[in-house]
Ligand binder design. Structure first.
Ligand code: ADP
Ligand code: MG
Length: 482
């Protein structure tokens, strides 16, 4: 059963939790550093002990406003906080401070590129601030669970999309766009493996042409782009299967099991939470002055979309190339650094997207951890451009640069890899090859043009691959047609 080209249509809305990269927590001065000893970074405010008073971290507001401006949203003023009440072992205080009415960011959108329909606008319903809960730890404890409250009170921005997404790949595209924006804005490291960005996927299906939304399920805390795609794909197929066999979709929360590639029911609607929201009595409504918004506007960095358009314009790259190069801020910086050395955007872009990305992927590394820096890669490209080395040699040299941290020139001279471009030297090799193959020369002269390739091959071989193939080609033609 294919989920595409069928009579069914998928409807997807994402809720994305982004951990904001502040030094201290949203309502206290405790550190937000990742990886500290359990329960060493949670103070009485994070724990909600009686009598404590939360104080809003101003930086959290600035970051949320940045996100709102980057996604064409309205910044609400005053923005208000609310208590969301529920019991869970990792939330010993029994409530979470969140936002319900008048969230800081409302009614925005961003553009994604889709496989089928080109550019598409995805609505952002709201983005609100809240504090994170602690963490239950099941692994190291026999017959009980541990609780680590270091994460309690870490600032989160929850970004809720409209149900505008229509396929797993659109959902991933949207998620990557959010990831790219928060990293450009430097409001989060977006590290999904460490939980700095987590995604809940709401999925329903309906017959094409139907206006009313179908019953949805919500798959919680999916923590990689690939898993988001897989989880949604599974959920769409599961729901279509149920409906086609006359069953109903149960509105429920589900979990994705990446090992089995299935989603499983976690809790159904009957146990749905009633959070008994009420206005947070310990925090006043926060008035956001226009002057603050203007200041933040003035300090906004260039955003992915703008950078992409500039790359197309300034460097004459294709949409595809600039899309990749602008998707990550550090990758874009590396590329521009490279162009400073080479002054050749096209070939530089090709090296970043091709060879460099392949080596990064193989080592599971970010561009910041690249073993070859922009300066050295730039010098390697210059050696191709001035014909010291061929493209093929450059790839071998690149591999050695990666493994040895030597400069390209060191490797070229220590291995004697310079390309032979001296005409006399090449002509000598050509003459030798002509001398050794009189039969082929005759055949060529009587019209068998294909033999040109034979001679090029001979000369390349006798130069041990160091002759410039294009030059060899031209010189042989001249010699044989004399
Ligand atoms: P809740 O807070 O209970 O999860 P919301 O109304 O805030 O509910 O919706 C959360 C997310 O679910 C939003 O991203 C929204 O776009 C999406 N959504 C709502 N209804 C549907 C539906 N029928 N199918 C798919 N997604 C939906
Ligand atoms: Mg939800």
């Amino acid at each position: 059963m294919s989920i595409f080209n069928s009579e069914w249509e998928a409807v997807i809305g994402l809720e994305v939790h982004v951990q904001l990269a502040t030094e201290s927590k949203i309502f206290s001065g405790s550190s937000t550093n990742f990886g500290a000893e359990p329960n060493t970074q949670a103070c009485n405010i994070d724990l909600g002990l009686p009598g404590v008073l939360p104080v809003l971290n101003k930086e959290v507001l600035n970051m949320a406003i940045k996100f709102g401006l980057a996604t064409n949203a309205r910044i609400n003023t005053p923005t208000t906080f609310a208590r969301k009440n529920y019991f869970y072992p990792d939330l010993p205080k029994g409530y979470q401070i969140s936002q319900l009415e008048s969230p800081i960011v409302e009614e925005g959108y961003l553009e994604i590129i889709t496989e089928q329909n080109g550019n598409k606008r995805i609505g952002i319903t709201r983005a609100h601030l809240e504090e994170d809960a602690g963490k239950s730890m099941h692994e190291d404890f026999e017959g009980m669970s541990g609780i680590d409250l270091n994460r309690a009170g870490t600032p989160l921005l929850e970004i809720v999309s409209e149900p505008d997404l229509r396929s797993p790949s659109e959902a991933v595209s949207y998620l990557k766009s959010i990831h790219s924006i928060i990293r450009y804005l430097e409001i989060s490291d977006g590290n999904m493996a460490e939980g700095s960005m987590r995604c809940d996927a709401n999925v329903s299906v309906r017959k094409k042409g139907e206006e009313i939304l179908g019953t949805r399920t919500e798959t919680k805390n999916v923590n990689s782009f690939r898993f988001v795609e897989k989880a949604i794909e599974f959920e769409i197929k599961r729901q279509i299967g149920l409906l086609e066999s006359g069953q109903e979709i149960v509105q429920e929360t589900r979990l994705y099991d990446s090992n089995a590639n299935v989603t499983r029911s976690m809790r159904s609607k009957e146990f749905a939470n009633d959070y008994r929201y009420f206005p947070e009595p310990d925090l006043l409504p926060v008035v956001i002055e226009q002057a603050l918004i203007n200041n933040i506007k003035d300090s906004m960095p260039e955003l992915p979309q703008e950078k992409k358009e500039r790359f197309i314009e300034e460097y004459d790259l294709t949409e595809y190339e600039s899309g990749i190069l602008s998707s990550d801020k550090d990758l874009a910086n590396f590329f521009e650094e490279l162009v400073k050395t080479t002054n050749k955007p096209k070939i530089s872009g090709n090296w970043v997207i091709g060879e460099l990305s392949a080596f990064l992927n193989k080592g599971n590394l970010n561009i910041q951890d690249s073993k070859v820096d922009a300066k050295n890669l730039g010098n390697l490209i210059l050696r191709i451009e001035d014909k010291t080395i061929s493209n093929k040699m450059a790839k071998e040299i690149f591999e050695e640069m990666w493994n040895s941290s030597k400069t390209p020139d060191e490797i070229i001279s220590s291995k004697g890899l310079q390309q032979v471009t001296d005409e006399k030297e090449i002509l000598a090799l050509i003459d030798k090859s002509i001398e050794e193959n009189p039969k082929q020369v005759e055949q060529f002269k009587s019209g068998k043009d294909k033999l040109l390739g034979f001679f090029v091959g001979q000369v390349m071989k006798s130069s041990q691959g160091k002759a410039n193939p294009q030059q060899v080609n031209e010189l042989i033609k001249k010699r044989l047609e004399e």
